[in-house]
Design a protein around this ligand. Structure first.
Ligand SMILES: Cc1cc2nc3c(=O)[nH]c(=O)nc-3n(C[C@H](O)[C@H](O)[C@H](O)COP(=O)(O)O)c2cc1C
Ligand code: SF4
Ligand code: SF4
Length: 263
């Protein structure tokens, strides 16, 4: 099948998913390549329609073993016309659980045909010692290898419509959608009202007139506001967050492997 254009779409508050996706997409450097940043609230409101001779590579981090809720909403505005799609889940060394299964279910009834899937281990948002520094050079080499093999396979395929790609996970999903969190984002008196946190929040949970006013029902606990704050004024509620970190700590010791499959 002759491809005319390649898109890669990612939700990536911590930028690790974006790194993996852009490395996979780099295999298609001979084609026009366009990125779609689904971390951006405004970008997620856009409609995206893809054709048969285009390829969509889509990547999300596992959030509680599921696709982050804002991405599920954004995908309702995506459509394909027998468009090949590659599904990628990143995760922080615990598990992707049903993330790829949910991603697959959310695209197959909208005119997309899954032709490849992968999971990549990336540093955990909540505990840097968990998969610290990943994706590293070895991971990115594998992402490129995946992209190269995809490109070759798609070139040889005459049609995509008979493929039924197997991905890990189960349906009905074993994990409930992410709900209540035992911790929230706090703001201390070091705040200088620069508003960078409100600008970076992927779900507009921080009021753009008062950075201490946070809508916890919208907040994903993605950590972007903590990372961008120049005065370390933002933090997660200390005790419950520490308890979660202690729960995650035993997962830090093992180097989990990346995985991919192609039709
Ligand atoms: C709210 C939330 C839930 C998460 N749930 C999981 C999970 O279920 N399993 C896992 O291994 N990692 C989990 N992680 C870690 C992320 O999947 C991982 O750090 C990912 O690389 C973050 O992607 P990003 O850097 O593109 O934002 C979670 C992170 C957050 C913020
Ligand atoms: S980024 Fe930090 S200093 Fe700036 S408004 Fe937000 S909390 Fe305040
Ligand atoms: S308020 Fe919540 S969703 Fe917004 S950037 Fe901070 S942690 Fe992420």
């Amino acid at each position: 099948m002759q491809l005319l254009k390649v898109y890669y779409a990612y939700f990536s508050p911590g930028n690790t998913t974006e790194k993996v996706l852009s490395r996979i997409a780099s295999s298609f450097e001979n084609y026009p390549v366009e990125s779609i940043n689904l971390t951006s609230y405004d970008e997620r409101q856009q409609e995206h329609h893809f054709k048969e001779n285009e390829l969509l590579i889509i990547g999300v981090p596992a959030y509680g073993g599921r696709v982050p809720v804002p991405v599920v909403d954004a995908l309702s505005r995506f459509s394909g016309l027998n468009t090949p799609v590659v599904l990628v889940a990143t995760y922080g060394n615990r598990d992707i659980d049903d993330t790829l299964m949910e991603l697959k279910k959310n695209v197959t009834d909208k005119g997309f045909i899954p032709v490849g899937a992968a999971s990549f281990v990336c540093q955990h948002t909540f505990l840097k010692e968990c998969a610290e520094g990943r994706p590293d050079e070895e991971d990115l080499k594998m992402a490129k290898e995946f992209g190269d093999k995809l490109k070759e396979r798609l070139r040889l395929l005459v049609t995509y419509d008979t493929s039924n790609l197997e991905v890990p996970g189960s349906f009905p999903y074993t994990k409930p959608p992410m709900g209540e969190f035992p911790f929230k984002v706090e703001t201390n008196d070091y705040c200088i009202y620069c508003m960078l946190c409100a600008d970076v929040c992927p779900v507009k949970a921080i009021s753009d007139s008062n950075p201490k006013d946070i809508d916890n029902s919208k907040c994903l606990r993605c950590g972007s506001c903590l990372r961008i704050c120049p005065t370390q004024a933002k933090s997660f509620t200390e005790e419950p967050f520490k308890a979660l970190q202690q729960k995650l700590a035993p997962l830090c010791g093992i180097r989990k492997e990346n995985w991919y499959t192609i039709v």
